[in-house]
Design a protein around this ligand. Structure first.
Ligand SMILES: NC(=O)c1ccc[n+]([C@@H]2O[C@H](COP(=O)([O-])OP(=O)(O)OC[C@H]3O[C@@H](n4cnc5c(N)ncnc54)[C@H](OP(=O)(O)O)[C@@H]3O)[C@@H](O)[C@H]2O)c1
Length: 249
């Protein structure tokens, strides 16, 4: 994939220690951005740092720790990627643990709102910024066993639109980005559940995280201005054409 130029930009990626987040941290750093990622504990942060070049910084912070996230974001950042997410609880509505359901919404939606709020003030003061929210096909389609995940991602998609509505004319570019079905630990948990058609997709058919990671980094460039305020999906042809990604038959 062609090189991108984000030199001079600062970026914060939540949940950057593994999966799509780790691939994204690598891609943003390759594009010249000064990247910080969050991890939930020091061991996870250190394991990821070993795989990255020496310019990337890690901060230990749970995304649901609002004060901790605010302290990280309020000094100012050009790019915020709300990537951290959880799939569970997986199960039918009458059976899932309501506390775990609420934790899902807290992680996937409320924490993204709080991080956005903390980042926005500085972005508006500096006249611009980019916020990418990791979306999913589940934001639009009800999936058996994923009521929390679908509800949270649907809410996050609306948050993206609300940010664009309120701040788009002040230089804030907000995107929802659906990465496709990607070979990460999250898909491992989905396969183990055996619920719904996504759990039946063989691991060999899943996409590697590098392409969605590159596509998120591309959204952070001015080339993607036309998609600001929208939900985009890496599998959709208009998006792939605009980004210059290979069109699959
Ligand atoms: N994989 C897919 O096919 C797919 C499809 C559509 C959308 N997505 C979305 O893409 C994003 C990344 O998914 P992934 O597949 O890379 O997932 P993953 O491999 O399960 O990684 C999730 C990341 O989020 C972090 N995280 C979870 N809860 C957190 C919290 N409370 N505080 C801080 N970090 C937290 C995890 O940290 P720990 O290591 O500490 O757990 C981990 O770094 C998610 O928002 C997901 O919903 C993924």
């Amino acid at each position: 994939m062609r090189p991108l130029d984000l030199s001079g930009k600062t970026a914060l990626v939540t949940g950057g220690n593994r999966g799509i987040g780790l691939a994204l941290v690598r891609e943003l750093s390759r594009a010249g951005a000064r990247v910080t990622f969050t991890a939930r504990n020091q061991a996870n942060a250190d394991a990821a740092l070993k795989e990255l070049d020496g310019t990337v910084e890690a901060r230990v912070c749970d995304v649901t720790d609002r004060a901790g996230m605010a302290a990280l974001l309020e000094p100012g950042v050009d790019i915020l990627v709300n990537n951290a997410g959880v799939i569970g609880p997986i199960g039918h509505i009458a059976e899932v643990d309501p506390a775990e359901w609420a934790r899902n919404i807290e992680t996937n939606l409320t924490a993204a709102f709080a991080a956005t709020q903390s980042a926005l003030r500085g972005m508006v003061a500096r006249g611009g910024g980019t916020i990418v929210n990791l979306s999913s096909g589940a934001a639009r389609n009800a999936m058996e066993g994923w009521s929390a995940y679908c509800s949270g991602k649907a809410g996050l998609a609306m948050l993206t639109q609300c940010v664009a509505k309120e701040y788009g004319d002040r230089g804030i570019r907000a995107f929802g980005f659906a990465p496709g079905v990607v070979d990460t630990d999250m898909q491992g948990a989905i396969r183990a559940s055996g619920i719904n058609p996504v759990s039946q997709i063989p691991r060999g058919n899943l996409a590697p995280p590098e392409e969605p990671a590159w596509a998120i980094a591309w959204l952070c460039t001015a080339e993607a201005d036309v998609f600001a305020g929208q939900e985009v999906d890496v599998r959709h042809e208009p998006f792939r054409r605009a980004a210059g990604l290979e069109i699959r038959a």
